[in-house]
Design a protein around this ligand. Structure first.
Ligand code: 5GP
Ligand code: MG
Ligand code: MG
Length: 180
C-alpha cells in the first residue's frame, strides 16, 4: 500500500494504475459499441477530468471530437444555492451526439445545474460518463450512463483530482486516511 502526503493530510492507495486503466478501457469499449458508426462530441469538464479524458480517448475508435469546459460555481446568498456557468463551451451541439466526461460525481449538484444548459442546444443525444461516483451522497439526481467505480464517501485525490490544488499528479487514486 502506497502512502502520500498532500498539504497536511495523508492518503493511501485506493485504485491502482492497473485497475484504473483496465476499467477505462472497458468504458471506452461500451462507448465504441453504443455509438458505432456515429460521431460523438465529448465535453470534458476541467480541471479534475484531464487525465481521465486523455486516457479514455486513446481507446476510442469512433469519430470523436472533444471540447474542454470549466464550470464556475457561485454560492448564492439565498437558500436556492449556486449557479453554474459554462466557460469555453464553443461548440454548437445541436443535433450532435454529446457525451460528458466527468472525474467524479458527488452530490450531483454541478451536473444537475449544468445539464439544462446543454439540453437547451437540443443535441441528438446526451450521455454522462463519470470515472467515480459517490452514490450514497446523491442529493441531486443525475442520469449517469457509464460509471467507472462506485466509491464510498471518503475524500479522494490523484489521477487529476486535487486536495486544495495539489495531488493531481499521480497515476493512482488515493483515499484520505481516517483519523484514528
Ligand atoms: P458534486 O457534488 O456537484 O457532484 O461534485 C462537485 C465537485 O466536488 C466534483 O466535481 C469535485 O471537484 C469535487 N469532489 C467531490 N468529491 C471529491 C473527492 O472525493 N475528491 C476530490 N478531489 N474532489 C471531490
Ligand atoms: Mg469534476
Ligand atoms: Mg477540486
Amino acid at each position: 500500500m502506497h502512502t502520500i502526503k498532500v498539504h497536511d493530510k495523508t492518503f493511501t492507495t485506493y485504485l491502482s494504475e492497473q485497475q484504473l486503466q483496465s476499467r477505462i478501457k472497458e468504458l471506452a469499449n461500451y462507448i465504441n459499441r453504443d455509438f458505432e458508426g456515429k460521431k460523438v462530441v465529448f465535453i470534458a469538464i476541467l480541471n479534475g477530468s484531464f487525465m481521465f479524458v486523455a486516457d479514455i480517448f486513446k481507446y476510442l475508435t469512433i469519430d470523436s471530437e472533444v471540447s474542454f469546459i470549466k464550470l464556475a460555481s457561485y454560492k448564492g446568498l439565498n437558500s436556492t444555492g449556486s449557479v453554474t456557468t459554462a466557460i469555453g463551451l464553443d461548440t454548437d451541439l445541436h443535433a450532435k451526439h454529446v457525451v460528458i466526461l466527468e472525474d467524479i460525481i458527488d452530490t450531483g449538484k454541478t451536473l444537475h445545474y449544468f445539464l439544462p444548459q446543454l439540453q437547451h442546444q437540443q443535441p441528438a443525444s446526451l450521455k454522462i460518463v463519470t470515472l467515480l461516483h459517490k452514490a450514497e451522497m446523491t442529493q441531486y439526481p443525475v442520469p449517469i450512463d457509464y460509471t467507472g467505480f462506485v466509491i464510498p464517501n471518503k475524500f479522494v485525490v490523484g489521477y487529476g483530482l486535487d486536495y486544495d490544488g495539489l495531488g493531481r499528479n499521480y497515476k493512482e487514486i488515493y483515499q484520505l486516511e481516517e483519523a484514528t
